[in-house]
Design a protein around this ligand. Structure first.
Ligand SMILES: N[C@@H](CCC(=O)N[C@@H](CS)C(=O)NCC(=O)O)C(=O)O
Length: 241
């Protein structure tokens, strides 16, 4: 049995849903309310010591880190394969995942200014202090503190946007040979990038994903959105209409 603790708009959760959808796997989804900080509760920290989502539970065994979860899914259910055949390409795939994971803070600067900032800015100082205590990572304590009390500035957002656009440049270069980030087919490297490109395209820097600016990224993005698994994974708009 597969259980996925996730949130519809979380980029890391979206990766895992994409992976499960490609495999056609059924699972029980448990939606975590980040605004209520359900992912910092003692029960949740038992299955994910980092206090973040997603967490996959397969046959009672919990697993965190979306990149690791996607690899686990591909090893456990090999068809259709989502990792390249050669060990060198698999290593490159892991480097992509690691690189994109390292950019998450830049996405947080954009994503958290909506719902989470509204919620956190209402907490009293006592409530804030209490909540920060439950967050395992100092980096995320800082993120919550920022949205609660000192929202990210336009300058910080510009810096984050630049970093995310650099990702598109790196992708444009890598897509030249086969149209995929690694090897000659869709892999977990591509899946890792999808939630980032989705947010860049819908809000952060839509012009940068346009065919005139980055034709290979634009084609890659169009091709991925046309996959049946993309629809199945329910990667909806981040911002409510
Ligand atoms: N590297 C982790 C990142 C997970 C992550 O940052 N999840 C976000 C949602 S996309 C989260 O739980 N944010 C809430 C928080 O940090 O309090 C992974 O890929 O699983």
């Amino acid at each position: 049995m597969i259980i996925l603790h996730h949130a519809w708009k979380s980029s890391a959760s979206r990766r895992v849903r994409l992976c499960l959808a490609e495999k056609g796997l059924a699972y029980e989804g448990r939606v975590v309310d980040m605004g209520k900080l359900e992912h910092h509760s003692p029960e949740y920290l038992k299955i994910n010591p980092n206090g973040v989502i997603p967490t996959l539970i397969h046959d009672n065994q919990p697993l965190h880190e979306s990149g690791t979860i996607c690899e686990y899914i591909d090893e456990t259910w090999p068809e259709p394969p989502l990792r390249p055949a050669s060990s060198y390409d698999r290593a490159l795939m892991r480097n992509w995942i690691r690189h994109i994971d390292g950019l998450i803070h830049n996405l947080i600067i954009f994503n958290w200014r909506h719902h989470l900032q509204k919620v956190a800015s209402q907490w009293t100082d006592e409530e804030l202090a209490e909540r920060l205590k439950n967050i395992p990572s100092q980096e995320r304590q800082e993120s919550w503190l920022r949205v609660a009390r000192k929202p990210y500035t336009d300058e910080e957002r510009d810096g984050a946007r630049r970093k995310l656009v650099e990702l598109l440049d790196r992708m444009e270069a890598s897509l030249e040979e086969t149209g995929w980030l690694v090897g000659d087919s869709y892999s977990i490297a591509d899946i890792a990038a999808v939630p980032f490109v989705k947010r860049i395209d819908e809000e952060i820097a839509p012009d940068e994903v346009a065919a005139q600016r980055r034709p290979r990224v634009a084609l890659w993005w169009q091709t991925i959105q046309a996959r049946p698994a993309y629809a199945h994974a329910n990667i909806g708009p981040f911002l409510d209409a």
